[in-house]
Structure formats: C-alpha cells, structure tokens
Design a protein around this ligand. Sequence first.
Ligand code: SF4
Length: 370
Amino acid sequence: MTEQIKTEQPIVKTMLKGLTLNELKDFFTVVDEKRFRGDQVFEWMYEHLAQSFDEMSTLPNYLRKKLNLYCELNTLTYVSSEVSHKTGTKKYLFKTKDNYVIESVIIPEAKRTTLCISTQVGCPLDCQFCATGLMGYNRNLTSGEIFDQYLLASKDWNKTPITNIVYMGMGEPLLNYANTLKSLQIFATEKTKGISLRKITVSTAGIAPKIVELADSGIKVKIALSIHSLFDETRNKIMPINKKYSVNENIEAVRYYANQTGTRITFEYVMLKDINDRSDDLNALIKLCKSIPCKLNIIPFNSIAHMNPSGIARELEPSPRYKIEEFVTKLRENNIFTAVRYTQGDDIAAACGQLAIKSLTPNLSKGEGE
Ligand code: SF4
C-alpha cells in the first residue's frame, strides 16, 4: 500500500487592517462571532492604534487566540527615518509585506502638524518636476497600508498630535480610487482617532472623472488640484496625464466638486522658469481663481537632480524669487488667497516633488535606506 503523503496547507490569514466598520462587522458574522466584535476591533485598530490582537483587552482570550491564528493586523514595518535640521520635517521609510519601501513625511508647523502619506508604490504618471514620477510605478497600496502610515507615524511622533493629513506623498490617489476612498471612510468613522475629514486633503494631478466620483461619494474631504499651467500645450509637456484629461475637464470637475461638497478647492502651482511664469500664465491664473472658491499654493520648484533626470525634466529650473513675488503680489491684489509653500525638508529630499526611493524592486536588503 502506498503511503499517502499529507501536505499541510499554510493558513492564509485575513488582513483586518483596512476594512471599514461594516466590513469588519460582516467579517465577524461570517466567522460565527457577534457583530459587535467588529465595533470592538475597529476601535482597537483605528482609535487605540493597537498593533497586536493581544493588546485588545476587551476581547475574550479565545477570540484573541483565534484572531492571532487566522488574521493579520499590521501591513507595514518601520525601516528608518530622517529629520530635517532646518525645519524639523521628518521623513519615514516603511516596508510593505512584499518588501517595497514607501515614504511618509511629517511637517510640523506653528499651528498644525501635517502628515503626508503615499497611496502607491511609485507613480505611473510622469510629471516632469516630480522625483516620484521619474522612479516608475509598481503597485497600488491597500487601504490598510494607507492607514498604517498614519498609525506608525502617530506612534513615533510624540511631540504634537497630527492635526492634518494630505494624500500628497508617492502616487496618484485617484488612480487608486477604491483604496483611497476606503481609507477615507475609515477616517470618516466617528470611532477613528482624532482626524476630522475637514483636515484631510486629497491631492490629484487631475483625473477628472474620479474627481466627480469623489464629489458624489458623500466623503467631504478637501481636494487639491496640481494645476501648474492653464495652457494645454504647456501642461501636456510637464504633466503627460493632461493629454488624457485636459485643463478644462479638470477645471469643470473641481468646479463640480466645490459645488457638491461646499469646500474650497486648493490649486497647486509649482513655478518653473520660462515655462509657467509668464504674464499670460499669471492672467489665466487670476481669471481661474476669481471664478471658483479656492486658495492657491505657489510652490518654488525643488531640485530633483538627485534622480538624474533626462529630457524636459533635466531642463527645469525654479522661477527666480522676484518672479514668484510678482505673481504673489498680483494674485493678492486681486483678492486671491495665495500662500507660498517654501521648502520643507529639502535637506532630506522630503520636500514637495522630491519623494523617491532609490530602488523599487523587492528584496530590500536589511538596513537599506538608513
Ligand atoms: S506629482 Fe504626484 S501624480 Fe505627478 S508623478 Fe509625482 S506623485 Fe505622481
């Protein structure tokens, strides 16, 4: 008689981090537990920021054991961090379970502390002024991985509470729409620690139909459109996604967003010498901002020389300071709320547009990036 060889199937664990309240309740129903266990685990994960089932002291012992056996809680691990001596900005590297590394940044300011989080590993868009765009793209982050950046950064950052979140790190959030929305739904739930949706901004390079979809989703976050030029010809060059969704389509989409949600749109405008700092650009910007409830962030271009860019990206230079001042003065004279986002953390490559990991390939060797 041939002896049968028994092979043990490894248990595929269910990842709970990233599930919304309703999904968690449904999960506990399916595994023959009471629905309120979903409320309890939700609170432990997202309010108390628990990192193990053993911390969940309101759950009975048998359930904690069961969860340890069949479920998972943590999506990311801390790799390293770096602090800007100029501004106190702190950049984190986190590692996914499949060994990709992503970046998140904490920006401390006088009245608020902002966490900038990533939504993709790399980015498929190819904005010429952005280091992340030049590094390529690997995959979308899950809703759990998006939320865990907040959890890990909150645990580490014990100076002041994180008051604001911007979806402005690596990746285009609206190309990872489902997971971005789910992470926002988690933040929107009353039981989630501390951050109100009014303090969350989703930044997009301009995926017009998804802006409209977000407007209709019932999730009222702020939206920031990286506009950078109001002329298709220029925008096509510096942001190739414009060939798919034009300036006008995006303006109409954010106009709809402002109407639907009652929020003010933020326009981001990185100033590039001789590209988008002409008087025509200024006049078009004034016309736009007068036609829509908005505020404008003028961003001096941060060097991406560390990425050895080629083509147009190689030729980009920051607008001279007098040009930036001229723009800001004229905009303010026209009663347009204008802020200049001076560089935060350029000494650690954590400023706007500078986020990029040297290599996107898995199998990160121990200690890389430190
Ligand atoms: S600016 Fe944003 S959308 Fe454009 S390449 Fe960089 S990360 Fe992607």
